[in-house]
Design a protein around this ligand. Structure first.
Ligand SMILES: Nc1nc2c(ncn2[C@@H]2O[C@H](COP(=O)(O)OP(=O)(O)OP(=O)(O)O)[C@@H](O)[C@H]2O)c(=O)[nH]1
Ligand SMILES: [Mg+2]
Length: 390
């Protein structure tokens, strides 16, 4: 082989290596952010002591393998198209009406009587209590109606209905801020944590909310901090998969939920998503250890970013029990909004008023069925109209 041929081969080889290097570099630069896949060593300790004496988890010192589960699609991804959010409560009104029919019919019939004596007023109050309005609001409403009936009379059913509507609306309080979509931040995602007792509909609500956000063109990431059962993370990831939303989850059962929540928020920051939603395991409010764990999840996440919303999910069919739950949960995690689920199966819509009174926290969303889009932003006017329809 001549020297010039050898030289040519060397030059070609060098050029090829440089070219491959450039192509690799450019491609990497264009690639979407790589999904978060930090591995955790089972021997690593997950926690240290925080300034407040709390147990905190630090990056890289976690005890479970946690990974983002990107939605897996065997063929071409066929994602759900969630229904628009606008007018959902109006669409789902029939579900409320059906269960509340007796409530409104009974009330209107009682109020439209020729003479409303003490017995009738008692019966009206009883009706309101049965709808879970709570003693104080029920008495307030009866007093207000008494006053108005005295002045305006009660013969005209249309007028009576309007009167009842106005007074109910006052109790539901249209002035409360019911926004469930936090203001965006320049440098980090909005973070929503979802809490509540077992089986109230937390995971389902997160799944439904993810759809609402996706419909609004937001990038969402879910964190499966319910590590009690493998099925819980699976359930959450399935909701996410349907709309192309990734889920951060632990690879083993019983992983530290605070670590998973922390990793989810870290992944959300790295991937520059708009919203991270954290699912937590159901827990009874009287289990001190589990409530402490919830406090820890919040504190650990807050090492990384402020939590914008803590949504307490309450099952409307459990009625007044929800009040006690609400009280204890808010003491532990500073609840900022209520999601009232299963309103489709109960005539106890009055719980909306009772809960808001007790906590000073607004009902922001209501669940009206098991379907993926059976979640509606709470709108006081539509709600009261639904109660009085029929
Ligand atoms: N009818 C009706 N069912 C609902 C609603 N929301 C949730 N559910 C059902 O309630 C059941 C429990 O829902 P989940 O989302 O698993 O409840 P969870 O709070 O995550 O439960 P745990 O994680 O076990 O504490 C499921 O069968 C849901 O379909 C609703 O608004 N209406
Ligand atoms: Mg769940």
């Amino acid at each position: 082989m001549s020297d010039s041929l050898t030289l040519t081969i060397i030059i070609v080889a060098v050029v090829a290596v440089v070219a491959i290097g450039i192509i690799a570099f450019v491609t990497k630069g264009r690639k979407p952010k790589t999904p978060y896949t930090s591995e955790r060593d089972a021997d690593d300790s997950s926690a240290g002591q925080g300034e407040d004496g709390s147990t905190v988890t630090t990056e890289g010192a976690t005890d479970t393998a946690i990974a983002v589960e990107e939605p897996v699609f065997p063929a071409a991804p066929k994602l759900d198209v969630p229904e628009p959010v606008q007018g959902r409560l109006a669409r789902l009104r029939a579900r409320l009406t059906k269960s509340n029919n007796m409530f409104s019919k009974g009330l209107l019939a009682l109020l439209s009587q020729d003479t409303i004596d003490e017995d009738v007023w008692d019966e009206i109050e009883e009706n309101l209590l049965m709808a879970d309005l709570g003693t104080e609001p029920a008495m307030e409403l009866v007093d207000a109606l008494r006053e108005r009936v005295k002045i305006e009379g009660s013969k005209d059913p249309v007028r009576v209905k309007a009167m009842l509507r106005e007074e109910l609306l006052k109790l539901v309080d249209p002035s409360l801020d019911r926004s469930y979509l936090p203001e965006p931040h320049a440098d980090r995602p909005s973070i929503i944590m979802v809490v509540g007792v077992n089986g109230v509909g937390k995971t389902t609500t997160i799944g439904k909310m993810a759809r609402v956000f996706v419909a609004d063109d937001k990038d969402v990431l879910l964190g499966a901090a319910d590590t009690f059962r493998a099925a819980a993370a699976e359930q959450l990831a399935t909701w996410g998969d349907r709309v192309g939303v990734p889920t951060v989850r632990a690879d083993i059962d019983g992983a530290d939920p605070a670590s998973v929540a922390f990793e989810a928020v870290s992944a959300g920051i790295d991937q520059e998503v708009d919203i991270v939603m954290i699912d937590t395991a159901g827990r009874l409010q009287n289990k001190v250890g589990l409530m402490d764990e919830l406090g820890k999840i919040k504190r650990v996440v807050e090492k990384k970013a402020t939590i914008d919303e803590v949504l307490l999910v309450l099952d409307a069919t459990t009625g007044q029990n929800g009040l006690q739950q609400a009280k204890v949960f808010s003491e532990v995690v500073n609840v900022t909004g209520i999601v009232l689920t299963k309103l489709d199966g109960t005539a106890k819509g009055g719980i909306v008023v009772a809960i808001q009174r007790q906590l000073g926290v607004p009902v922001k969303l209501v669940g009206l069925g098991e379907g993926p889009d059976d979640l509606a932003p709470f709108n006081p006017e539509d709600f009261v109209d639904a109660l009085l329809e029929g």
